[in-house]
Design a protein around this ligand. Sequence first.
Ligand code: GLN
Length: 481
Amino acid sequence: MTQYTLKQASVLLQSKQISAVELASAYLAAIAEKNPALNGYITLNPEKTLAEARAADERIAQGNASALTGVPVAYKDIFCQTGWRSACASKMLDNFISPYTATVVQNLLDEGMVTLGRTNMDEFAMGSTNENSFYGATKNPWNPEHVPGGSSGGSAAVVAARLAPAALGSDTGGSIRQPASHCGITGIKPTYGTVSRFGMVAYASSFDQAGPMAQTAEDCAILLNAMAGFDPKDSTSLEREKEDYTRDLNQPLKGLKIGLPKEYFSEGNSADVQTALQNTIDLLKAQGAELVEVSLPQTKLSIPAYYVLASAEAGTNLSRYDGVRYGHRAAQFGDLEEMYGKTRAEGFGSEVKRRIMIGTYVLSHGYYDAYYLKAQKLRRLVADDFQTAFARCDLILAPTAPTAAPKIGADASPVETYLSDIYTIAVNLAGLPALTLPAGFSGGGLPVGVQLIGNYFAEAKILGAAHQIQLNSDWHGKRPE
Ligand code: GLN
């Protein structure tokens, strides 16, 4: 019963072939069996889950259900949720039971979706492997010696392991798309401002965007419909009319212009990644799409620009964790100053501290112009590249990551790890929507995904193209043993 896609589960629930309680119970049983080894969920509360499922069944019985009522979902630990520990996988918030709920979670609760639990992640969403979690690394369900990617690695792993039909993630520099790629699932980061950030723990506020992760593009479209919308509680939320993100699912690929950025097909990619790209290119051609070469020349500048800007915003956002109002507080201290210092030294992990130090440095007097301001200018150039490219194509096809998932403990240097974000980060600098979908396997049997990038508000087009690819292939249907 835990193998269904979100769409299939929705149909079975609405036609009363299964109940929400049966479905949630099946997932809870599978989680109890498999999660201890996987470590994809870090907080579970079966009583709460079943109470939500019972309420969903009542709603279905009364005839006022939506398509999502009773469908279970998992939340990355970055989303605040009333009554749940919302720790962002940090020791700093290990004792934090949220008194309020993120808008995007509330939107799904309002639909009657059932919370399965909260998923593991890199602390404060900083990382690409999920190894930076206070709660320990998540395993890749395809091979437990490998990472699931990050920072939404727990969400990707539980969907791939069929311990949830869908999950929410967040993407500041690739954290939905890269773990989706490493775990063989589909995930989309929407245009910046489409999904409310209210109640989502802030990492780099001008980049952070939540999105759905599921087996299929169709499921992502259905979820995004429920997630997106203007929120007066988020000052960067876009005031636009509600959209139907499923509207292009049946649009054929014929005539669609797909741009292939020449800088992205480099020898830096592993052979597995090149094969996944070629698989997709062949399929697109066979379906009548037109392929054109485009150029994104500033891509290589996106890594330094991102790590300057994201760290600057992180350093600022994380100044709130001072031990005064909530979260961890050092047990022993002499005066206020020492309380701040000890609290932060104890509460943050080393990657988070590294980002705070970089952020503080680039914002400091004398370095602000040389680093922060310069990076802002690069951000504009990177965004301009995409506009030039989109004058020639509808969507861009790109790798998601240069390799399949690395081994746990591979112990790459921080800079090496940052460099592996090369294909995802430019999208966040520009604020564009992009989706990862599975497109092949590595020699070692690990999934490899590719990305479809669209212009602003092209989510429906991206999801439509991805759905058409999935109708004509079965990489997304494969699941780990
Ligand atoms: N790997 C990137 C970072 O560590 C992206 C993280 C994210 O998207 N949350 O900043």
